[in-house]
Design a binder for this molecule. Structure first.
Ligand code: G1P
Ligand code: ZN
Length: 539
């Protein structure tokens, strides 16, 4: 039976970039999730006769949210829901399944790399039929709906069993529970040289993959261990847990320190990688060696010809403005376009749809290609393994060879967390007003050659976005300032700094960028305004 349940809007049903990301206790409030889902359905003109893909990273509240969404979808006339077994789907797998089935939309229940559990975060990401996250225009429409919602539709029915593969009906809606891995695995086998990687593992290559108790565990066990023959146990923390075992499932030097420590020890295997909560981020490590995500994007691009799936050539590449310029130098050499876009994967999607780019990436441990419309953690790991198998070189050798060819871009991101939002906004707007006055000035020996707000006009839809403030120095150094759009605790100021070196490759990035950090702080008056004399997080 379908019922219409009266509800009232929430004061501020805050939208993230393509859905909601909130503390669990916020989402647990009565009708909070229902309000959002119905608002989404309303904002896109209803979901009658549509096909959607549904799944999540298994975090706390996924089980409850899944059942509510299924019952609401049926009540709203949806034709079919394709759901990962036990409600599990990584973000990249979801994008692939959506595209493969020509579905109308997809919902991924995840707060990505944010912690889970009852005190952690929960989220819903909405993807359109393009396979990528919805545009800010649609987000705005959904938000408008959340402010006027008065009722939602729900099917009154017992919970659906999501453990059994196969089809079942709920009212007039078909539910197909699918193997969440099979199609994704097939796609990876089409892109990469699985035989070469099998040989690599058979030769005794020592590999670990850390799934951080999140969604990629089963994907990694299947692909790396069962299909490619990495020894059993190569996948660490392989069983998804609702609270990620207390981990902050963000694969970087801070939150995956255990892996970094392993790779720094004498027991280090040849290669280590980690993925985030929903499987779209990746970190790559060699023995006593870290590959910065900006370098990783550039190195993969430089090695595209080693990968069967890209043998016919690649279109251009793209990076977020905050990401280092390393990949731009590769693009120049390959004579392909290099686009610079605002932060957020959705900004790459039009470029992929229009065949302007093949590869893209962000400094925040995101790398991907046009095989789907999301960043893809396991894809990036397979890409590295394929290069290693093809070249016979280690992670460090591949990276050093890259630096020798193009120079090294030292790069770090400094985060200043939990700032009062109005203080952060004022800091940015005042800094923006001062930008032009920096040009021609010298700060601690660094001469500013240009400074401007980053404004992007999407070449496909013409949408204009302002995202961050850029300061360039003679010699290729650069500072980028922007406020995070995904935090759930006050405002986070991100300061991204890079410096370019043609010959000197062995400095410690923290030391190398120390003076520029000081300059960044002076220019934006970070200490005076926020009280912080050092960043809370350096990645
Ligand atoms: C962060 C990252 C950004 C990424 C986003 C979603 O956004 O910096 O690159 O696209 O998470 O994973 P931010 O908090 O900086 O707005
Ligand atoms: Zn993620």
């Amino acid at each position: 039976m379908i019922v219409s349940i009266p509800t009232t809007p929430y004061e501020n049903q805050k939208m993230g970039t393509a859905g909601i990301r909130q503390k669990v206790h916020v989402v647990e409030q009565k009708n909070y999730l229902e309000n959002f889902v119905q608002s989404l359905f309303n904002a896109i003109g209803g979901v009658k006769d549509q096909v959607f893909v549904l799944g999540g990273d298994g975090r706390y509240y996924n089980d409850i949210a899944l059942q509510k969404i299924i019952k609401m979808a049926a009540a709203n006339g949806m034709k079919k829901l394709i759901i990962g077994q036990n409600g599990m789907l990584s973000t990249p797998a979801s994008s692939h399944i959506l595209l493969k089935n020509h579905a109308d939309g997809g919902l991924v229940l995840s707060a990505s790399h944010n912690p889970g559990g009852p005190h952690g975060d929960f989220g819903i990401k909405y993807a359109t039929k393009s396979g990528g996250q919805c545009s800010s225009v649609i987000s705005a429409r959904i938000y408008e709906q959340t402010k006027m919602i008065s009722s939602y539709q729900m099917m009154q029915t017992p919970d659906i069993d999501l453990s059994k593969l196969g089809r079942q009906m709920l009212g007039n809606m078909e539910i197909e529970v699918i193997d969440p891995i099979k199609d994704y695995e097939k796609l990876m086998a089409q892109i990469f040289d699985f035989d070469a990687i099998k040989k690599l593992f058979a030769s005794g290559f020592r590999f670990v993959f850390d799934a951080m108790n999140a969604v990629t565990g089963p994907y990694a066990v299947r692909i790396f261990e069962e299909v490619l023959g990495a020894p059993k146990g190569s996948v660490l923390q392989a069983v998804p847990m609702p609270d990620f075992g207390g981990l902050h499932p963000d694969p970087n030097l801070v939150y995956a320190k255990h892996l970094v420590d392993l790779m720094a020890s004498d027991e280090a295997p040849d290669f280590a990688a980690a993925n985030d909560g929903d499987g779209d981020r990746n970190m790559i490590l060699g023995r006593k060696f870290f590959v910065s995500p900006s370098d990783s994007l550039a190195i993969l691009t430089d090695h595209y010809h080693d990968i069967p799936g890209y043998q016919n050539g690649i279109f251009g590449v793209a990076k977020s403005a905050a990401t280092s310029t390393a990949v731009c130098r590769v693009a120049q050499k390959l004579k392909i376009d290099c686009y610079e876009v605002p932060t957020g994967w959705k900004n790459f999607c039009n470029l992929m749809d229009s065949n302007r780019i093949t590869f893209c990436g962000e400094e925040s441990f995101g790398t991907g290609s046009s095989h789907i419309r999301e960043k893809d953690g396991i894809w990036a790991v397979l890409f590295w393994l394929n290069i290693i198998a093809k070249t016979g070189q280690s992670v460090e050798q591949i990276t050093r060879e890259f630096w020798a060819k193009y120079g090294r871009t030292y790069y770090l991101r400094f985060d200043f967390d939990a700032i009062d939002p109005s203080t952060a906004d004022l800091l940015m707007s005042d800094l923006e007003k001062k930008l032009s006055s920096f040009v021609g000035q010298s700060y601690e020996g660094y001469n500013v050659c240009s400074a401007y707000p980053f404004i992007y006009k999407d070449p496909v839809d013409g949408l204009q976005t302002k995202n961050g403030l850029l300061v360039y120095f003679d010699g290729g150094a650069r500072i980028c300032y922007r406020l995070s759009g995904t935090g759930t605790n006050g405002a986070t100021l991100r300061v991204y700094i890079e410096a370019y070196e043609k010959e000197n490759f062995d400095e410690d990035p923290v030391q190398k960028l120390k003076t520029l950090l000081l300059v960044a702080s002076q220019l934006a008056q970070i200490k005076e305004r926020t009280g912080k004399d050092k960043p809370d997080l350096t990645t």
